[in-house]
Design a protein around this ligand. Structure first.
Ligand SMILES: Nc1ncnc2c1ncn2[C@@H]1O[C@H](COP(=O)(O)OP(=O)(O)OP(=O)(O)O)[C@@H](O)[C@H]1O
Ligand SMILES: [Mg+2]
Length: 244
């Protein structure tokens, strides 16, 4: 579904991505693990068509994203839902309006239809009845769930998650993991999850990739990934107390 080929990206003289190649299969969850500051968020923005690489190509359904005209790229972006690192809700809008927002911008649905879709998505993330709450009145876990619901409003085929569970306690982390797994299955989504939470990543992944030194150091299904003989991968897994 998505293919990254030999991606290079620098900011001034800082090289962040250095010849990165990765295939992201359709209808599966790919988890990208890696230490802080290695370029995970940069990679997601590159996939989303928001950050042109200095070199290399990003193919989406066979078409190179950054060779497309602006209008075609905008159309391609409609395939994506994005759950941002900090939930990125609109602070002055209540939960209902946060979810209605993408529909108001991109569709001409009447209010009745908008309401029906907002209610449906809220139920899916177990937040029915919280429509009038402001983001500041919600817990971190609830905000993450609103962020997920909002990312699904336009029925994307691909959902990108930037650190969906960072800052949550282990039980909430597990419930968000389960929600991602359920949502992925239910809509047969292609999910890309960026995380430095190893346990969480291994739990939800069909495929795991380790981003280190600007490239993919190791990848494979979780049960193979944990047997990696790469020193850095072993260190990362051991530090997270994962049995290898
Ligand atoms: N727009 C930008 N301009 C300049 N430097 C940037 C920009 N975006 C990212 N960087 C730099 O690129 C590097 C990688 O950043 P990125 O946000 O992708 O890290 P990350 O792996 O997502 O880290 P974390 O796990 O902490 O979120 C950092 O050193 C960051 O300062
Ligand atoms: Mg990041």
């Amino acid at each position: 579904m998505i293919q990254l080929k030999n991606i290079h990206k620098s900011f001034k003289d800082q090289k962040v991505l250095n010849g990165l190649s990765l295939e992201i299969p359709e209808g599966k969850t790919t988890v990208i693990l890696g230490p802080s500051g290695e370029g995970k968020s940069v990679l997601l923005k590159t996939i989303l068509g928001l950050l042109p690489p200095d070199e290399g190509e990003v193919y989406l359904e066979g078409e190179e994203l950054y060779s497309l005209k602006e209008r075609e790229l905008t159309a391609k972006r409609r395939l994506f839902g994005m759950v941002f690192q900090n939930a990125a809700l609109f602070d002055s809008l209540n939960v209902y309006e946060n979810l209605a927002f993408p529909l108001r911008i991109h569709t001409d649905f009447p209010e009745k239809e908008i309401q029906a879709q907002v209610e449906e998505k809220l139920a899916q993330v177990d937040l029915s009845g919280r429509e009038s709450k402001l983001p500041s009145e919600l817990s971190g876990g609830m905000r993450k769930r609103v962020g997920l619901a909002r990312a699904l409003m336009l029925r994307p085929k691909i959902v990108l998650f930037d650190e969906p569970t960072t800052g949550l306690d282990p039980l909430l982390t597990q419930s968000i993991d389960d929600l991602i797994v359920d949502t992925q299955k239910r809509f047969n989504l292609t999910c890309v999850v960026v995380s430095h939470d190893v346990a969480s990543g291994l739990r939800m992944a069909h495929n795991v990739a380790m981003l280190k030194g600007g490239t993919i150091l190791e990848q494979g299904p979780p049960q193979e990934f944990v047997k990696s003989d790469k020193e850095f991968v072993k260190k990362f897994l051991n530090a997270a107390a994962i049995k290898t």
